[in-house]
Design a protein around this ligand. Structure first.
Ligand SMILES: Cc1ncc(COP(=O)(O)O)c(C=O)c1O
Length: 663
């Protein structure tokens, strides 16, 4: 197998500069005849005192370079040719000149020119540039145009070379760089990027739920609005933290707020280790699992790593692996016809291809499906040379004994990422930990900042781990509430994936609006649900995820959803946004909308009555309810084990093999 050539991108040091001046002489004096040749064989100009050069090197030799002139008292190279007053851009502290883009003979026709232009852009952006000015050789104008530089039609002849003056807004160039995404990704795998002022990729933020804070107000001035909305777009616990957690924090709140926490979370680490039965040096706490995902994966995974992930899966992983790190990511597609279960045979076939990392969420989000511990242990045994990152944020909802933490602690290659946000109702406290081989935890520990978990967070985590009975009861109640919610949603005609966590993934029926439209309409009623179109490459537009809440809130959610989907039957004919140019229809639509101003506040008052009316029509479910109206745990367990009733069009392919899975 041929080894791909690696390019190092860095700021030129003194030795590099000597080589650059020699190449400049060869190209601009000897070949292009812009300058007369000098006896020194070097081409230097006065701006070199203030210029920076970005160099691309291949096997230690300069393969190309570009010069950057920052704002400075000497001015810019364009000052030699044009009067500033005649130019249509501002000369200020945010104007940077990029010039002398040069690729050596041996590397012409490669992607080095693209790499140099992109490196210059990332560099000046990091320094605060707003505008880039450049002069480009006439013959190369098309290339510069493609990159987003705009020729101003102001030409100048220097020696035998004609240049055109070009200018561009840095933000426009960054937007334009998206056109070169695929080429840059390919390049990234062969790069040793040493420009420390900016990472190679400009990571876009990963999309998460949490839009409900727009309704509450993220300056917290109107925090009481939290009682008027339902935040089912995030998967926070429906229950409160254990009373002992709340009592301890309440008793010591001023101290907890004003005091520096233990630097390395050592007490929290010991509390986790005790609760999980693993050595304390196999545990590494962090400020929520997102903190640990960014720290751990960015340390262990490189652009050259090959990584397998599930599809669909919690989006932060694809974001960090692909957008932030630039790793080579393959996806194991989970199909609706198999209820999004991970097929162990397919997983084995994939891991035989030899991955550096396999990253799984188990139970998975947004599907809620779970691979049983013993099944996963068999897969781990097949790939001892692969490193495994298993996110067990929702494992407590899948029943006792399902965590692989003890396995990971005793292994050389398995890391469990455990958020305490959902199962321990601590999302706001930002508490999580990694559990894995002591060697790997030791490697990462120095890279985690001190005091990463706040003192309220550390206190809450320690206290929560001392209340296992309280939490176990809540996890069991979650199963009951989830099954009730699932029943109610199915009665709306929705196809509900039988998940085992604190949320449900639903396929909306064809007559309902698309998930994004439905989520937007629900928002007008104070209900926030999650359109999951961006959580997988094949996620369809009718896929919605909804968090399980307490019974009263679940009923209110169903009532809102019933209202807006009932309206959507009408809307299919009358909604102006969906049927263009139909004025009379628009009029009917708006009258339908205004007659149903149903909000969470109004629903919560009437929700119980409305929900119980709906339910009485279902004799089958009613017979399985306990006298209090909730369903018996035994009936829920029976249902959780059973596969989804396959839809008519799925019957021949649905596996329904509940035995190999937790749900
Ligand atoms: C699978 C998974 N891991 C991690 C997180 C984030 O957890 P934390 O609050 O600890 O950052 C989420 C949040 O939704 C999640 O679904």
């Amino acid at each position: 197998m041929s080894i791909p050539i690696t390019f190092a991108v860095s700021l030129a040091d003194e030795r590099d500069r000597a080589a650059i001046y020699a190449i400049r002489h060869q190209v601009y004096a000897e070949q292009l005849k812009q300058h007369s040749e000098s006896g020194t064989g070097l081409l230097i100009d006065p701006l070199d005192e203030v210029n920076q050069y970005i160099a691309v090197k291949c096997s230690g030799e300069i393969a190309g370079f570009v010069s950057i002139t920052p704002p400075n008292a000497r001015g810019y190279s364009v000052d030699k040719y044009f009067a500033r007053s005649s130019l249509p851009f501002v000369f200020d502290h945010r104007l940077y000149e990029v010039r002398l883009l040069t690729v050596t003979d041996a590397h012409r026709g490669t992607s080095i020119a693209l790499l140099l232009m992109y490196a210059a852009l990332r560099y000046v952006e990091a320094l605060g540039a707003r505008t880039i000015v450049a002069i480009g050789r006439l013959e190369l104008l098309q290339m510069y145009r493609r990159a987003g530089l705009e020729p101003l039609g102001r030409r100048v002849k220097s020696g035998e070379v004609t240049y055109d003056l070009m200018v561009a807004d840095v933000r426009d160039l960054l937007d334009r760089a998206a056109l070169f995404d695929a080429a840059l990704s390919r390049l990234q795998r062969r790069l040793d990027w040493q420009l420390s002022v900016a990472p190679f990729r400009r990571p876009a933020a990963c999309y998460h739920g949490g839009k409900f804070f727009q309704a509450i107000g993220d300056d917290f001035e109107t925090l009481e609005r939290k009682d008027t909305i339902i935040n089912a777009d995030v998967l926070d616990a429906w229950f409160d933290p254990a009373p002992s957690v709340v009592a301890k924090l309440a008793a010591h709140l001023p101290f907890a707020l004003k005091t520096s926490p233990p630097t390395d979370c050592d007490g929290m680490r010991r509390a986790i280790a005790r609760a999980r039965g693993v050595p304390a040096d196999c545990v590494l706490p962090g400020a929520g699992s997102s903190d640990l995902i960014f720290a751990g994966l960015r340390h262990w995974v490189t652009p050259r790593s090959r990584v397998l992930i599930l599809d669909p899966m919690y989006g932060e992983y694809a974001h960090v692996l692909e957008k932030v790190i630039g790793a080579r990511v393959d996806r194991l597609s989970l199909s609706r016809t198999r209820s999004y279960d991970v097929d162990p045979g397919e997983l084995s076939a994939h891991i035989r291809r030899g991955y550096d990392w396999v990253v799984l969420v188990n139970p998975n989000s947004p599907t809620g499906r779970h691979v049983m511990r013993h099944t996963l242990e068999r897969a781990l045994a097949q790939a001892p040379a692969t490193r495994w990152w298993i996110d067990e944020t929702y494992v407590d909802f899948a029943g006792p004994g399902q965590s692989l933490e003890t396995h990971a602690a005793a292994s050389a290659n398995v890391v469990i990422c455990k958020s305490m946000s959902k199962a321990y109702a601590l999302s706001g406290a930002r508490t999580a930990y990694l559990c894995g081989p002591a060697g790997m935890m030791d490697e990462l520990r120095p890279l985690c900042p001190p005091w990463s978990v706040s003192l309220p967070g550390q206190i809450a985590a320690c206290e929560a781990l001392k209340a296992p009975d309280y939490y176990r009861e809540r996890w069991e109640e979650t199963a009951v509430l989830r099954a009730e919610l699932g029943d109610d949603l199915r009665r709306l005609g929705w196809d509900v994936v039988p998940g085992c966590a604190n949320f449900l993934l639903c396929h909306l029926p064809p007559e309902a609006p698309a998930a994004a439209t439905l989520a937007e309409r629900a928002r007008a009623h104070g209900l926030f649900v999650r359109d999951v179109a961006n959580m997988g490459t094949a996620a369809d537009a009718r896929l919605l995820r909804i968090a399980v809440k307490d019974r009263r809130t679940n009923r209110a959610m169903v009532n809102i959803l019933r209202t807006i989907t009932a309206r959507s039957h009408v809307t299919n004919y009358v909604d102006a946004s969906e049927i263009a140019n139909s004025r009379s229809m628009t009029a009917r639509s708006s009258s339908v909308c205004s007659s149903s101003a149903l909000t969470y506040g109004s629903i919560i008052a009437t929700g119980e009555r409305a929900a119980s009316t709906g339910r009485s029509s279902s004799r089958r479910s009613a017979s399985r309810r306990t006298p209090s109206g909730s369903r018996s745990k035994a009936s829920i367990r029976r249902e959780a084990k059973a596969p989804t009733a396959p839809r008519r069009d799925q019957r021949s392919t649905s596996t329904g093999d509940a035995g190999k899975l937790g749900c």
